[in-house]
Design a protein around this ligand. Sequence first.
Ligand code: GLU
Length: 423
Amino acid sequence: MAIATAPAVAEAGPLGDALQQLDAAIDVLGYDQGLHRLLARPRREMSVSIPLRRDDGSIEVLSGYRVQHNFSRGPAKGGLRFSPQVSLDEVRALAMWMTWKCALLDVPYGGAKGGITIDPTMYSTAELSRVTRRYTNEILPIIGPEKDIPAPDIGTDEQTMAWMMDTYSANVGYTVPAVVTGKPVSLGGSLGRPSATSRGVVHTALAALAYRGLVPARTSAAVQGFGKVGAGSARFLAEAGVRVVAVSDRYGAIHNAAGLDITALELHVATCGTVCGFGGAAEIDPDDLLTLDVDVLVPAAVEGVINLRNAHDIRASIVVEGANGPTTNDADAVLDDRGVLVVPDILANAGGVIVSYFEWVQGNQAYWWTADQVEKRLETRMLQGWRSVLETATRRGLTLRQAATVTAVSRVADAHLTRGLYP
Ligand code: GLU
């Protein structure tokens, strides 16, 4: 196993932003440099080569990573991402954000993330199965229900989790459903897990609208991304009465000022594989979606899309971060100056890991909840999270992101300090 050493400081990108957010939280909390250093570095990380036999018989070697940022509050937890943009630094940032997300929502995990540098759309299902299985085999020594529990992220889904669970189980000699969450229901997955992140996004979006005195029926939204998070966010916003005027995917963006028919759009995407070409809308430049005159903007795709190039032009009064790290720190400061309310990723998109936790609890008890129970408990947790972040932000004069990070860092630090340093 190749164990790399994380740098203490990164210059730019998501890792630079994640480290700066930690620095700021440490300053607010008044912790010493030792604790800072401890939280800035992942506890463990693994880089692996993944040899893949393509369907044509040729061999390719892919790069994969699993970073476990922290274990102070429980086993590490976080998704597995398949994307051409995956790098070790990106996975480090995403793992750190998972630690804060779990602590903030008080689910008993530390943070982790995995990634493979691959464009999954360019590979057959059989090839993706081989990649997933070989990767799982490589990281097997460091994952497990009590160690680190992967889940879906960008480019992966229930099927990926089924392959991981099967590979892990075949290796240890018995079936271990709890090694992953986001599994198919037939393998011990939870009802409501696929829609959990987007439901959570919409719970916080509606809470933010109410906080700003806005009524859903008189507001509009634009959603960047029409994947697992974006499509559900658009649907649940529309169901709540919000006029969803624009959505985008990796192929393009569409707009209709009167509001998109999300049900019809979902049918279109199911047949055509993209939002482009949808009859009930005009195509627009995907970059323009971010600066539309809407009340709510939901970036639900990738990191860094709201940055210094467009932060001054964002016209939404509320940004709800469905993606992890969609706003760079520089842009965040601009949005704050301009009075834009940003509901940060570690709160807004925490619904996924909350229902992952519910899945783990249900599996441990071998007792399954109804979809309604899952959804009600998810809503309760999301709104508790929203209220606590808002209360901290108001009391300490912080942005919602600063308040969320401070709350999360203090919980992780408390757990660490109470356990003490070994030896
Ligand atoms: N990938 C999701 C996230 O970024 C879910 C992680 C999980 O359920 O463990 O929060």
